[in-house]
Design a binder for this molecule. Structure first.
Ligand SMILES: [Zn+2]
Length: 488
């Protein structure tokens, strides 16, 4: 069987002023053709799982484009149109196909098009026609729309947050696509969009309402008539009509069963909606608590400055407090400030520099902090993910520097990257286990690798565009009423 494969992935925070243009994709991920298979084979990613599944089922893969950028503002129209044109041209050139596998995010917002993936899937469907199966993996944070459901044959959402099942979902997508192409599987779908916009910090799947929903979904999937159940928590910081939680149930040629299961999940999600609300600890209180803790390291999660949720990654409020109280042993990882990283690199290890650090992108992540400190280490910023997420995949932080002032060290990076793997700290020579306080800029993903090494974790309520306090944002496009923005 001949199967087309491509990836276009972006989580768009519509409150961000950073435009996601071609350069943002080039910095993170932009590959074409055969090199895609080489780069992703064996990695803990959807493409990695799809490639494994394809070889298990004897599918010949025709790779097109793999593009991904760090979450930020809307994807520029010109980059999106280039990517869509490329995918559609490759589809036409591929000739007769038995199937299409796409690794998409589901919360991509393009300039002038709120439903990026819906638009792309419509275009793909137009090229391949109604009968060729299109299997799609989507992020747990997908804001799924009717168009995505209509134009894809089968959607597979990640079932974990932190996302540790990407390869598993990719593998599953390849197997199910092979079954559909062989005519042995006929999916029937039910889709529900309750009026729920869960904040990010309330979405983790190890406990709380998402665990409850996935326990129920796991039970449903044990029924041999059920193909897959995905519960998308949604990405609340995309102010679009369809933002929020959604439920997708696929059964084997049994639409009534799909509808009944989807209704049940929708009722449970609604009944437990208040459990999604989340309260983080104010900055000064969080730092004081961490300093009092007996065991190290205490991980302070800067949940509102998560680049993985479209925040700038240059938030300064926790750093400012650590300097104010002269914390004896603290590392802030990792703060995006290419200018400051370049100044440290130029000065060299051991030099003393005076710099304004962070707070430069917009007014939402605190003002710059003036630091006079010593350049303690420099790195090229290249690392390999060694934690449970994206294991084996290379990461590039760009020129990286450690600036130390007393016991406070800040890791300055040149490419925006969520602090989700301790390797991002270790490449600078700092051992997180030796620190009293480790600040990570991440909402939930850091938990996959940092829970195992943290003595304790405190979620901090600093300012930023990935805050779970949705009252801080002005929504104008999301459908209303919706919980928790409205008292329903
Ligand atoms: Zn996600």
């Amino acid at each position: 069987m001949r199967v087309f494969i491509a990836m276009l992935s972006h989580e768009t925070n519509t409150f961000s002023t950073i435009a996601t243009d071609r350069r943002q994709f080039e910095t993170r991920e932009l590959r074409y053709g055969g090199e895609i298979l080489e780069a992703y084979r064996g990695t803990g990613t959807c493409l990695g799982g799809m490639i494994d599944g394809a070889s298990a089922r004897g599918l010949a893969l025709l790779p097109s484009l793999a593009a991904g950028a760090s979450p930020a503002g809307r994807v520029t129209r010109s980059f999106y149109e280039d990517a869509k044109t490329r995918i559609c041209a490759d589809l036409r050139a591929a000739g007769t196909l038995d199937g299409v596998l796409l690794d998409l995010h589901g919360a991509m917002v393009v300039e002038g098009a709120d439903d990026g993936e819906g638009d792309l899937l419509r275009a793909v469907r137009e090229v391949v026609g109604a009968t060729v199966p299109v299997g799609v993996t989507l992020d747990f944070h997908a804001n799924v729309t009717e168009d995505m459901v209509r134009h894809a044959t089968l959607l597979h959402g990640y079932k974990t947050y932190p996302h540790v099942d990407m390869a598993e979902r990719g593998l599953e997508a390849a197997h199910r696509l092979a079954d559909i192409a062989a005519g042995t599987l006929r999916p029937t779908i039910a889709f529900r969009q309750p009026r729920l916009l869960p904040p990010i910090a309330g979405q983790l799947t190890s406990r709380g309402p998402m665990r409850r929903l996935y326990d129920l979904a796991d039970e449903m999937e044990r029924d041999p008539r059920v193909i897959t159940v995905s519960i998308f928590a949604g990405f609340p910081l995309a102010d679009i009509h369809d933002a929020g939680l959604s439920i997708y149930v696929a059964t084997k040629d049994d639409p009534a069963l799909a509808a009944a299961l989807a209704d049940r999940l929708e009722a449970v999600a609604w009944e437990h909606r208040h459990e999604f609300l989340h309260h983080a600890v104010p900055v000064a209180e969080a730092v004081a608590q961490a300093l009092r803790a007996g065991k190290r390291p205490v991980v302070l999660a800067d949940i509102a400055d998560n680049t993985g949720g479209g925040a700038a990654g240059d938030g300064t409020e926790i750093l400012r407090e650590l300097l104010r109280v002269n914390a004896p042993s603290a590392t802030v990882a990792c703060l995006w400030d290419p200018e400051a990283a370049a100044a440290c690199t130029k000065a060299g290890v051991g030099a003393t520099v005076s710099l304004d650090v962070g707070g430069k992108i917009d007014g939402n992540h605190g003002a710059p902090v003036a630091i006079t400190g010593r350049v303690a280490a420099l790195s090229d910023g290249n690392f390999i993910h060694k934690g449970p997420m994206m294991r084996g995949l290379p990461g590039r932080l760009g020129p990286t520097a450690v600036l130390a002032s007393g016991g406070v060290k800040v890791i300055l990076i040149s490419h925006r990257w969520q602090t989700l793997d301790p390797e991002m700290i270790r490449i600078t020579g700092i051992e997180p286990l030796d620190e009293q306080i480790v600040v990570v800029k991440s909402s939930i993903h850091y938990r996959a690798a940092f829970e195992a090494l943290a003595a304790s974790i405190i979620e901090v309520d600093a300012p930023g565009l990935s805050s779970s306090n949705l009252d801080r944002f002005t929504f104008t496009r999301v459908r209303r009423p919706i919980f928790p923005l409205d008292p329903i």
